[in-house]
Ligand binder design. Structure first.
Ligand SMILES: [Zn+2]
Ligand SMILES: [Zn+2]
Ligand SMILES: [Zn+2]
Ligand SMILES: [Zn+2]
Length: 453
């Protein structure tokens, strides 16, 4: 049996379907925290699952099942194409299909040539995706318009293996089984893996590198970070700059510590972490003009910024991962490297070179690297001086992937968890952040070497 799942990016320029062997569902998968995944996407981790064959055109938006399964990699041949539709076939007689790898090497996007089949069985045209090679044998694809991560393709001797980014799937429950965290060692501080520990009652192991290797304990930190967890607001270093960069390094910037200028923005909302429609008005109107992005909250001498996770549909489909982590930073504190000038996002001639803008709706902007596809910023026209920074870009060597010397993570809730595609994942993260901080507060201050799970 074959199961088809529709998928699309936020702007819907890319809308396709992918194929799974029903007998293997739900698919166990790996949440990858490696530096390449983080800096090429802007996310704190990425999750891809292997599909059968290549992405396909949609079957008029419907999920269909077939008793035949397709080949594991490469383009399917006529014998593999399922025959459940009643629509007449097109005969093309074309039996030539160049590999995406070869097309990429020739400097263009792969456009699989139709071998034979009905429209919805045709390989999906990759023309509206941008390809980015993160290693000689791996190509990632993202939406050219909204930058959603879409595919991770492993070029192997016997053909290409395609994996789809889980965040763009129409459904994950029953399809994707959360498994394990891999390459957590790259985060240098455990990253978001420490906050996503148990799902459906099953512990998710945190591997330093690949699955089955060394497991890391909760609270693990790389040797280069000798400081233990503290609930104190005092950062390790009171000054300095927090570096951030995308994988291809086209985009790089630094964040400075809170200063007087950090007070200038005014936000209409008290905290970005409360959804409209299901919250009380008192929660979603910042009537006292609180500078909630500065932490500790209400401190006369804030040293950090607020950060939190969002699981709304917009973030998910824009990123390709179900969890988008944002840090809320005044634009005045976001500087060009080696400069004291803050970045400019509103004047075309002064914008950082290579930074592409996606306008999701009037006055709402997402900024991303046009080369590697990493999500960089999101911001609103009404508050152009307060910017959401995609946390996956932060230089883990500065302060770890969670950058706790710079960021105070929201401890209570995950933004828009009510709208998460996967309620079980949202519940796991929500419980994980509360549990994590409770343990940090109650245990690490007593004995920071305690090995918790
Ligand atoms: Zn898109
Ligand atoms: Zn990775
Ligand atoms: Zn880049
Ligand atoms: Zn969101």
């Amino acid at each position: 049996m074959t199961t088809y799942v529709n998928a699309s990016c936020q702007c819907e320029l890319n809308a396709f379907r992918v194929t799974f062997d029903t007998t293997f569902l739900p698919i166990s998968n790996e949440i990858c925290h490696c530096s390449t995944c983080r800096h090429s996407s802007g996310q704190m981790a990425l999750c891809h699952v292997a599909i059968e064959g290549v992405p396909l055109n949609r079957a008029n938006g419907l999920s269909v099942h077939s008793s035949r399964s397709s080949s594991r990699s490469g383009f399917r041949n006529i014998d593999d194409i399922e025959r459940s539709s009643s629509r007449p076939r097109k005969e093309t007689g074309i039996h030539h299909h160049p590999s995406p790898t070869l097309a990429l090497n020739a400097g263009c996007i792969a456009r699989p040539i139709l071998e034979v089949g009905e429209e919805h069985e045709m390989p999906y045209d990759l023309g509206d995706m941008t390809a980015y090679k993160t290693s000689p044998d791996v190509t990632r694809y993202f939406c050219t318009s909204c930058s959603a991560q879409l595919f991770w393709v492993h070029h192997m001797d016997d053909g290409d293996v395609w994996k789809v980014a889980v965040g763009v799937l129409d459904r994950t429950e029953g399809v994707v089984k959360r498994g394990i965290h891999i390459w957590v060692g790259d985060t240098l501080d455990g990253g978001v893996a420490d906050q996503l520990r148990v799902i459906g009652g099953i512990k998710m192991p945190r591997y330093r590198e690949i699955a089955g290797g060394e497991e890391l304990v909760l609270g693990w930190r790389a040797d280069c970070f000798t400081r233990t967890y503290e609930s104190s607001a005092e950062p390790t270093s009171s000054g300095g700059q927090l570096k951030a960069f995308c994988h291809c390094r086209t985009i790089s910037f630094v964040v400075s510590r809170p200063s007087e200028v950090s007070l200038f923005p005014s936000a209409a909302y008290p905290d970005l972490l409360y959804p409209y429609g299901v919250s009380r008005m008192s929660e979603i109107v910042n009537s006292n003009d609180e500078k909630w992005w500065l932490r500790p909250k209400l401190s006369l001498h804030p040293t950090k910024y607020l950060a939190g996770h969002c699981m709304c549909r917009f973030c998910r489909q824009c990123s390709g991962f179900e969890i988008q982590s944002w840090a809320f930073i005044p634009l005045a504190n976001i500087l060009a490297p080696g400069s004291t000038n803050s970045l400019c996002l509103e004047v075309d001639e002064k914008r950082p070179a290579g930074l592409k803008q996606f306008i999701s709706s009037p006055g709402e902007y997402k900024e991303f690297c046009g080369t590697c596809g990493a999500t960089v910023f999101s911001w609103k026209a009404g508050t152009p001086d307060l910017i959401n920074i995609s946390v996956g870009l932060l230089d883990e060597e500065n302060s770890g992937a969670r950058a706790e010397d710079w960021l105070e993570w929201h401890r209570e809730r995950v933004s828009h968890q009510e709208k998460a595609l996967s309620p079980s994942l949202a519940k796991a993260l929500q419980e994980g952040i509360k549990h994590f901080w409770n343990q940090i507060d109650s245990t690490f201050l007593v004995d920071p070497t305690d090995a918790l799970t």
